[in-house]
Design a protein around this ligand. Structure first.
Ligand code: TYM
Length: 330
């Protein structure tokens, strides 16, 4: 039987966080045997905010190094750069003409981002989910492994694909979101009511994947909890402690019941230190491999050159079919 296909990606703005890792990349590693996988660097999406050009370029390479350091085998996965496959931009334009303003206005990420970047509410920010839909359906992806914050974009992708299929006949596979059960929404350490985000203004709210062990320990020590001194999973009433439990559970491979038992008669100080050390241990080999890979530009270029080529082959077949169906001369 043919393997099901997966597509996902990460934007190349800023430094990646523990949220990006636990909500997305870490889960991809477990899928590489069973699925036909395409993972991109979403550099076109990154243009919706202002970036320093050189930093943006460097970041794209850093993410490729991180994908591999986290355990994605470049022989088994197609790792590629979104802007290198022009079919993404082309299909995105066509899909814009099949997406309604009302649908895009309802996207919560658009509302959040326009509030955050009030001085730069560009139309790319508005049509961002259409490009994301193009990314996915160009590959006829069956599954899209992402964190909870992308669920709404996935639903829109399904609607656009379905609308197109209804007009022109079967063209696109309708993709499913593949959202992890426990780490779909890693929250901030200072404000556990909001997701951990790379653009947080309080750096203590976020663990960056390239934070040193000392910094990681300091940030966890300062993490906001509550005054019960009881390690119990209860996201509604104990968001800080529950978030730390999810992080610990994911990096140490433990269930909430096991964690509750482990800390039944121990205080928060002890708990936070254990979580911090487990995160440090999990990230240590990844950081070492990442630093080693970063110094090998040729290897990184080889990875994406091969990935780009494989991606183009599939994307161009879909794009040609779409162009024919909508009435463009081929
Ligand atoms: P981005 O770059 O914001 O995030 C990359 C991935 O990390 C997940 N994530 C989180 N998961 C759990 N907890 C958090 N605090 C957290 N923060 C981020 C995101 O859900 C995502 O899976 N538009 C996408 C990139 C993209 C894409 C695509 C993804 C472009 N095209 C096609 C899938 C398919 C984005 O901005 O992700």
């Amino acid at each position: 039987m043919e393997k099901k296909r997966i597509l996902s990606g990460v934007q190349s703005t800023g430094n990646l966080t523990l949220g990006n890792f636990l909500g997305a990349i870490n889960n991809w590693v477990n899928m590489q045997e069973e699925y036909d996988c395409y993972y991109m660097i979403a550099d076109l999406h990154s243009l919706t905010v202002r970036n320093d050009p050189e930093t943006l370029r460097e970041n794209a390479k850093k993410i490729i190094a991180l994908y591999v350091a986290a355990g994605l085998d470049p022989e088994k996965n197609n790792i590629f750069v979104q802007s290198h496959v022009s079919a993404h931009s082309e299909l995105s334009w066509i899909l814009n003409c099949y997406t309604y303003m009302g649908e895009l206005s309802r996207m919560t990420q658009f509302k959040d981002k326009s509030a955050k970047h009030a001085d730069n509410i560009n139309s790319g920010l508005f049509t961002y989910p259409v490009l994301m839909a193009a990314d996915i359906i160009l590959y006829q992806a069956d599954l899209v492994p992402v964190g909870e914050d992308q669920r709404q974009h996935l639903e829109l992708t399904r609607d656009i694909a379905d609308r197109f299929n209804k007009i022109y006949g079967d063209t696109f596979t309708i993709p499913e979101a593949y959202i992890p059960k426990t780490t779909a929404r890693i929250m901030g350490l200072q404000n556990p009511e909001a997701k951990m985000s790379k653009s947080a203004t309080n750096l203590n709210d976020v663990i960056f994947l390239n934070d040193t062990p000392d910094t990681i320990i300091k940030k966890f020590k300062k993490a906001v909890t509550d005054s019960d001194n009881l390690v119990k999973f209860d996201p509604e009433n104990k968001p800080g402690v529950s978030n730390l439990m999810q992080i610990y559970g994911a990096v140490a491979n433990k269930s909430n019941e096991e964690i509750e038992k482990e800390f039944a008669s121990r205080g928060y100080g002890d708990f936070k230190m254990t979580v911090a050390e487990a995160v440090v241990e999990k990230l240590k080999p990844i950081q070492a491999k990442y630093n080693e890979l970063l110094s090998n530009e040729d290897y990184i270029r080889k990875i994406y050159t091969k990935g780009d080529e494989n991606a183009r082959k599939i994307a161009n077949v879909t794009l040609k079919d779409v162009k024919e169906k909508v009435g463009l001369i081929i």
